[in-house]
Write a protein that binds this ligand. Structure first.
Ligand code: 5MM
Length: 350
C-alpha cells in the first residue's frame, strides 16, 4: 500500500475502530436473517419495522462509549432515523463509524458435501464507491466453514480463502478497511481440540491468500470465531479452556502486523461471549500483539431485541439492555469484567 491518501484513510479508520475498550456492533443482518430475528419476538419484518429496530439500537444514549463501529446492511445504510437523518450520519454524532456488509451470502460449493462459498465479488469496486458516498468506510465479508470428519475440505478452504483475500484487496484499494471474517461454525458435537485444529487450518489458508493477493495486514481487521466445543458436545470446554485454546490458535496463525481481532459471537450466549473475551485478556495481560475485542451480533442485540418486541414504550428498556452488553463487553476487552456485574439491573447510560 503506497498511495499516501489511501494509507491515511485506512489508518484513520483503523485508529478509530481499534480503540482499547471499544468494539463493533454487527447489525448487518440481511433481510432473511432480520426476518428470523424480528419474527422471533412477534414483529413483522417490514422495511419500516427493520428501520425502527435499527433506530432503536443506534440511538442508544452513550453507545459510542463502548462501540466504535457498526456494520450495516445495504438497506440500512440507505435508511434514515425519524428526524430524517441518515443512519450513517446519526452514528457519526455518536462517534461511531459505519461499515457495510458487502458479501451477498452463501451458495453450495460444487463438488463438495454441501459446503458453502460466499458470493459478492462482482462489481465490488463500484459498489464501494457508492457506499463511500453514503458514509461507510469499512466493510465486511463472511465465509463459513462447517466442522465434520471431512470438512472443511481442502477445496472449500482454498476457494473461500481466495475470495476473502480478493475482497480485502479490492476494499483496501478503494479506501475501505476490510473486516475479514472466516467463521468456523459452532454446530456439531466436536470437541475443542478438533475446533482448534480446524480453525488453525482455516486461518493459515486465509493468511496465505491475503499475502498472495497483496493485502496490507496493517489495514485490516480479523473477525474470527472463538475456538470452542461444538454446540451439542458433551461435556463442553469451560471458559478457561476456550480462552487458552483461542489464544494459542491466534498466536500460531495471526501475524502481529494485524492491528485488531474482533470476535464474532457465533451462537454463544451473551454472557459466555463476554466471559470468554474477558478471560483471554486476563490470561494474556499486556502480551498481545493485536487489539483484542468484539464484533458481536446476537450477543449484543438479543437482550435488546427481546426487551423491545416492536413496542415504542419498550425503547428505553431495550436501549438499556444494549448499553449494558456494550459496556460489559467493553470492560471484557480490557479484562475488567466480573460476572457479578451481570446482576446489576440498571446499567446506567453514560
Ligand atoms: C456470524 O454472524 C456475524 C456475527 O454475528 P454473531 O455475533 O451473531 O455471530 C454477523 O455479522 C452476520 O454475518 C450478519 O448478521 C449477517 O448475517 P446474514 O446471515 O444475514 O448474512
Amino acid at each position: 500500500m503506497t498511495n499516501p491518501d489511501l494509507v491515511k484513510k485506512l489508518s484513520d479508520t483503523i485508529h478509530q475502530i481499534a480503540q482499547p475498550g471499544k468494539g463493533i456492533l454487527a447489525a448487518d443482518e440481511s433481510v432473511a436473517t432480520a426476518t428470523k430475528r424480528l419474527e422471533s419476538v412477534g414483529v413483522a419484518s417490514t422495511e419500516e419495522n427493520r428501520r425502527r429496530y435499527r433506530e432503536m439500537l443506534f440511538s442508544t444514549p452513550g453507545l459510542g462509549e463502548y462501540i466504535s463501529g457498526v456494520i450495516l446492511f445495504d438497506e440500512t445504510l440507505r435508511q434514515k432515523d425519524a428526524k430524517k437523518t441518515p443512519f450513517a450520519e446519526a452514528l457519526k454524532h455518536q462517534h461511531i463509524l459505519s461499515g457495510i456488509k458487502v458479501d451477498s451470502g452463501l451458495i453450495n460449493l460444487d463438488n463438495t458435501d454441501e459446503e458453502k462459498v460466499t458470493q459478492g465479488l462482482d462489481n465490488l469496486a463500484n459498489r464501494l464507491q457508492e457506499y463511500a458516498a453514503l458514509g461507510a468506510c469499512f466493510a465486511k465479508w463472511r465465509n463459513v466453514y462447517t466442522i465434520s470428519k471431512t470438512t472443511p475440505s481442502e477445496r472449500a478452504n482454498i476457494i473461500n480463502a481466495h475470495n476473502l483475500a480478493r475482497y480485502a484487496a479490492i476494499c483496501q484499494n478503494n479506501g475501505f478497511v476490510p473486516i475479514v471474517e472466516p467463521e468456523v461454525l459452532i454446530d456439531g458435537d466436536h470437541n475443542i481440540q478438533t475446533s482448534a485444529l480446524k480453525t488453525t487450518t482455516v486461518l493459515k489458508a486465509v493468511f496465505e491468500a491475503l499475502k498472495l493477493h497483496g493485502v496490507d495486514l496493517k489495514y485490516m481487521i480479523l473477525k474470527p470465531s472463538m475456538v470452542i466445543s461444538g454446540k451439542s458436545a458433551s461435556p463442553r470446554a469451560d471458559i478457561d479452556t476456550v480462552a487458552k485454546e483461542t489464544l494459542s490458535v491466534l498466536k500460531e496463525t495471526v501475524p502481529k502486523e494485524v492491528p485488531s481481532i474482533n470476535f464474532l459471537s457465533g451462537g454463544q450466549t451473551p454472557e459466555e461471549s463476554t466471559a470468554h473475551l474477558n478471560r483471554m485478556h486476563q490470561l494474556a495481560g499486556s502480551t498481545l500483539p493485536w487489539n483484542l475485542s468484539f464484533s458481536y451480533g446476537r450477543a449484543l442485540q438479543d437482550p435488546a431485541l427481546k426487551a423491545w418486541a416492536g413496542k415504542e414504550e419498550n425503547v428505553e428498556k431495550a436501549q438499556r439492555a444494549l448499553f449494558k452488553r456494550a459496556k460489559l463487553n467493553g470492560l471484557a476487552a480490557q479484562g475488567r469484567y466480573d460476572p457479578a456485574m451481570e446482576n446489576s439491573e440498571n446499567t446506567d447510560f453514560a
